[in-house]
Design a protein around this ligand. Sequence first.
Ligand SMILES: Cc1cc2nc3c(=O)[nH]c(=O)nc-3n(C[C@H](O)[C@H](O)[C@H](O)COP(=O)(O)OP(=O)(O)OC[C@H]3O[C@@H](n4cnc5c(N)ncnc54)[C@H](O)[C@@H]3O)c2cc1C
Ligand code: SF4
Length: 338
Amino acid sequence: MNNFEFSRATDVADAVRQITTEPGAAFIAGGTNLIDLIKEGVTKPSRLVDITRLGLDRIEDTSDGGLRIGALVPNSDLAYHPEIAKRYPLLASAILAGASPQLRNMASTGGNLLQRTRCFYFYDTTTPCNKREPGSGCSAIDGLNRMYAILGASEHCIATHPSDMCVALAALEARVLAAGRNGERSIAFADFHRLPGDTPQIDTNLSKDEIITALELPPDGFAKNYSYLKIRDRLSYAFALVSVAVGLEIENGMIRQARLVLGGVAHKPWRDREAEAQLSGAPAARESFIRAAETLLNDARGFGHNDFKIELARRAIVRALSQAASGTPQSQIDKRVR
Ligand SMILES: Cc1cc2nc3c(=O)[nH]c(=O)nc-3n(C[C@H](O)[C@H](O)[C@H](O)COP(=O)(O)OP(=O)(O)OC[C@H]3O[C@@H](n4cnc5c(N)ncnc54)[C@H](O)[C@@H]3O)c2cc1C
Ligand code: SF4
């Protein structure tokens, strides 16, 4: 049993003060990931700072026509919010593809961004893991690595980021608002999560003293031509083997703008600007989608058990782009898109 203190933050400034004055403290929001990590002995905070009563649970319009989502908005409330369902259905689909209704009711927006990898070895404290214990080694590289990264991995860690919501947020170019000792800042979503490199213990570029207060979505939600396709071992309550978030802007059969982000394949949502640039200006047709998939997966590499994910990702990209282009995000591919 690892004893810890518990306190409740009264406002954002108090939350920052509490986390700054006690280096071993951790924020707790819905607790759906943190409590598991504590129970398994992966993390041992000296104090839990409850942030659930900070009033960061609103969804509001921004002056530029986008939306601001408070960090404590539950995943379910976000997915079913009328403005999200109407203007950002890609985000709603991604959230509803994750976890279970009960978990989504508890899970917060901020916590979803900071959930940790589902690598089995990370949770098993009897095995070496560079993310849990830097310098101890990576058990997955020569171990059971079926679920692991095919892009952006390093010799120190091949874990993937498990979130579905974050894949859609990367495609929508959301921004993360954070408050800390040095004031407030806004972080582009692409710069929020990190690749493992030689410091796999650090998942994000958020500082230890910072709290996520909100997310901001830009006005364009790609509501007409979008798709979130999640391939997993069973239809619910399973993490992605590969997922694909697509947003397209199409005019007269030609792609004007494309967003293409993969989940389940890297330490962060994997966005490839070269593949997106290739799609922009191209016909919304199967040949363009195959070319984009090849570009995106050019440097993909498997570690044995997960080699199949490269072909799986190629097919998933083509299918998600086809679904988005035909305006049938979750259903049959329109035969007119070839
Ligand atoms: C069985 C199971 C299945 C799941 N399946 C999926 C799935 O398919 N797809 C998916 O995307 N997710 C899935 N999840 C993960 C789930 O979505 C996350 O656990 C949840 O989003 C985390 O949110 P939380 O509020 O509970 O975070 P917590 O557990 O409270 O916190 C997580 C981390 O974030 C930190 N934190 C929380 N809020 C803030 C903040 N505002 N500022 C700074 N730090 C903060 C905490 O200190 C902690 O380190 C699953 C979880 C479980 C248990
Ligand atoms: S893949 Fe990363 S998280 Fe998993 S054992 Fe290796 S170092 Fe640890």
